[in-house]
Design a protein around this ligand. Structure first.
Ligand SMILES: NC(=O)c1ccc[n+]([C@@H]2O[C@H](COP(=O)([O-])OP(=O)(O)OC[C@H]3O[C@@H](n4cnc5c(N)ncnc54)[C@H](OP(=O)(O)O)[C@@H]3O)[C@@H](O)[C@H]2O)c1
Length: 276
């Protein structure tokens, strides 16, 4: 039987992964800010569901809950770092508190959680560490700068971590969905555009939930399949919108890099104002 540890399991992808895992007969250690949000699953699945209160921005509590989860389960096979949220608004218009809260949740929260989990996975001889990133960890949309900062940041952290922990039998997966029909867009904060930004790139119409191609269940299922596969990819890009946007952007970036070859090489040489 597989045992899962999940953050942000109250709703959206975290809850869906928990439900699908329980539906497979697996054991789930769910962490969330309000554990009572899973009362229905506790009633349905009894002892297969373990719950603990966790706000991922509380680093001391992250340490405590991770230690308790590993102490109370023989082994945790798959850890899913999922908690996160979005803020829409021009980069200049966000408040200090909005910038700090987003970084504390999506980036620092994920890093501190991973740092607490890795020693336990190492001690038990391995496991899988899944981090929810996004197509927004490869590409950017105006009006979403701070979200992209956290997802690009977590991509860099996990790519590095993956190489460091591979010798301990720890497999890491960055899940990169497109736009998924979860409660994410409802929950996202919206900062009204200040005058200079109205009508500009940050003033783009928001995608409507009904136009989003990706289903919550499909993304959760693909995440579970990848986590349980023999050789999961470091980056799991999901959904047709993400595939199209990311492949185009990465191809354009490579073409742009190739055009810079000569100037990149030329900068190796010592510079002297006289060219001598
Ligand atoms: N939906 C998309 O289009 C999409 C696309 C790409 C990536 N993602 C990523 O997928 C992950 C899950 O998002 P979702 O779409 O499932 O969104 P969601 O439906 O809004 O769910 C977000 C979850 O994160 C939790 N959360 C937020 N801040 C938290 C905190 N400080 N501590 C603990 N839990 C916290 C929420 O808990 P509460 O109920 O307590 O608020 C909720 O359980 C996120 O990392 C998101 O960036 C989503």
């Amino acid at each position: 039987m597989t045992t899962w540890l999940i953050t942000g399991a109250s709703r959206g992808l975290g809850r869906e992964i928990a439900e699908q895992a329980l539906g497979r007969g697996d054991r789930v250690a769910a962490t969330l800010r309000r554990p009572e949000q899973l009362d229905d699953l506790a009633e349905q699945y009894g002892d297969l569901l373990w719950r603990s209160r966790l706000d991922v921005t509380d680093t001391a509590r992250v340490e405590e809950v991770v230690a308790k989860a590993f102490a109370e389960h023989e082994r945790i096979d798959v850890v899913v770092s999922n908690a996160g949220f979005g803020v829409f608004g021009a980069a200049e218009d966000l408040s200090d508190a909005q910038v700090e809260q987003m970084i504390a949740t999506n980036l620092t929260g994920s890093i501190q959680f991973a740092r607490r989990v890795v020693p336990h996975l190492r001690e038990q001889g391995g496991g899988v560490l899944v981090q929810l990133s996004s197509m927004g960890g490869h590409i950017t949309f105006p009006g979403f700068a701070i979200y992209h900062a956290t997802k690009w940041g977590i991509e860099g952290y996990f790519e590095t971590l993956a190489a460091e922990v591979a010798p301990f039998g720890i497999k890491t997966v960055l899940v990169e969905p497109g736009r998924v029909r979860t409660s994410f867009y409802e929950a996202a904060e919206r900062v009204p555009l200040s005058e200079p930004y109205r009508g500009g790139p940050a003033d783009s119409p928001e995608a409507k939930v009904e136009d989003m191609v990706a289903s919550q269940s499909g993304v959760a299922h693909a995440t579970i399949e990848a986590a349980l596969s023999e050789d999961p990819p470091l980056r799991l890009l999901l959904n047709s919108d993400a595939y199209e946007a990311v492949t185009t952007t990465v191809q354009d970036r490579l073409a742009s890099l190739r055009r810079q070859r000569d100037s990149a090489y030329a900068a190796d040489a010592e510079y002297t104002a006289l060219g001598g």
